[in-house]
Ligand binder design. Structure first.
Ligand SMILES: [Zn+2]
Length: 243
């Protein structure tokens, strides 16, 4: 059994989902992301509903257990985002994600902080994005915000960690998301990181979906990880997402 806890199924066909299942993935966390800047807050609200209902249904057709994660991604903040925050606050959720900072603008910071506060109130695990650009600088800012709020470490995964920000995250208690995908980490790099810092906090994912759709990276890396795969490719994600 394998868990891929960072997937965007909206960018995948049913045959792709079946391919994931065939390579041994049994569980996924499906993250909401709207690929262009929304003109209306309601776009996201309907998107969250679609993820929870329709995408979950499609995953069930491929025999994948799907955990939906919703929230405002820093690259898709709509006007009047308070409407979306109210909707998030007045419903129950399995997870928030992906949320976080892209360039750390004032607006992004406000949206991120408000979602983190909701997560603390409602006890919801958060998948926190770190960007490709200025990763180190933005990770420092992200950790500052988490510290300012006294955010519980077991409630957050800092995702897309690579060699630019590994040292910052490794000394903390948050979960560490390692994305094995073109442009992020290679399989060998991910294995190297797990060997360096240990398997206790590491969670492997593919970020398959809208971009580089290599669906099998978690399964392939699991083979290289040997007996560490059980934790890094299944148990840690299961614990974090309370499946
Ligand atoms: Zn993603």
């Amino acid at each position: 059994m394998l868990f891929d806890p960072h997937v965007h199924t909206e960018g995948l066909g049913l045959s792709d989902l079946k391919k994931m299942r065939e390579c041994g993935i049994t569980h996924i966390c499906d993250l909401y992301f709207y690929p262009i800047k929304p003109l209306f807050p309601q776009t996201l609200i309907d998107g969250f509903r679609k993820l929870r209902e329709f995408e979950k249904f499609r995953c069930s057709l491929a025999d994948l257990k799907m955990i939906p994660a919703v929230g405002i991604h820093p690259r898709s903040i709509p006007p009047d985002y308070a409407t979306v925050l109210n909707f998030l606050g007045s419903n129950d959720w399995d997870a928030f994600g992906e949320i976080g900072l892209e360039i750390a603008s004032k607006e992004e910071i406000d949206v991120f902080e408000k979602q983190l506060k909701l997560a603390m109130e409602k006890d919801v695990p958060c998948i926190i994005h770190t960007p490709g650009k200025n990763k180190r600088e933005i990770t420092i800012k992200t950790l500052e915000i988490l510290d300012k709020l006294n955010f519980p470490e077991e409630l957050a995964v800092i995702d897309h960690v690579n060699f630019e920000n590994l040292d910052l995250v490794a000394k903390r208690g948050f979960w560490i998301g390692l994305t094995v995908q073109e442009g992020k980490l290679t399989k060998e790099e991910a294995v190297g990181i797990v060997e360096e810092i240990g398997e206790v906090k590491c969670i492997l994912n593919s970020d398959a979906g809208f971009g580089n759709n290599v669906l099998t990276t978690v399964a392939e890396t699991a083979k290289l990880l040997g007996d560490k795969a059980k934790k890094v490719c299944f148990e840690n994600a299961k614990k974090f997402l309370r499946v």
